[in-house]
Design a protein around this ligand. Sequence first.
Ligand code: CA2
Length: 163
Amino acid sequence: MDNRSPDLYFGIQAMGVSMSKLVYLMNGPNINLLGVRQPELYGSTTLEEIEASCTKLAGELGIGLRCFQSNSEGQFVDWIQEARGSAAAIVMNPGAYSHTSIAILDALAAFDGPVIEVHISNIHARETFRRHSYVSQRADAVIAGCGADGYEFGLLRAARLLR
Ligand code: CA2
């Protein structure tokens, strides 16, 4: 038994998601440094730990998960285009590209499934330039300020939308 709340377990049991669903979990620039620098802003959980907990949760939800991280905007666009042919939903933290990238927004516009945007920090309580996200215009849900837990919340939401 791990330390997740009973509410989360209840949510998992209520889902009943088919095995055939594949979700892409995508992380953008510098998120590979999580847990290594700036723990006061982004916590002490590493990206490897986030990917492991989401992979475990995906298994419990009966969905598949593929994890990606890149510091390159073009690579992100390529993976979103790839998702069109292979993924049912995308959970993504585009990092700083959220605030700058029309290219990522355009790529997402060609993806038909649910898109969940996750930010570890509360971007609305930070610098003005972080308060706008291009990705939010396409996202079905936006989660911010829940720390690393936000990824599991995003995955649960994606699974619910895929039911
Ligand atoms: O809060 C988030 O999840 C962000 O997407 C994180 C991005 C930031 O540019 C966004 O405004 C909000 C930055 C991720 C950088 O992560 C680091 C972690 C440790 C050390 C340095 C950077």
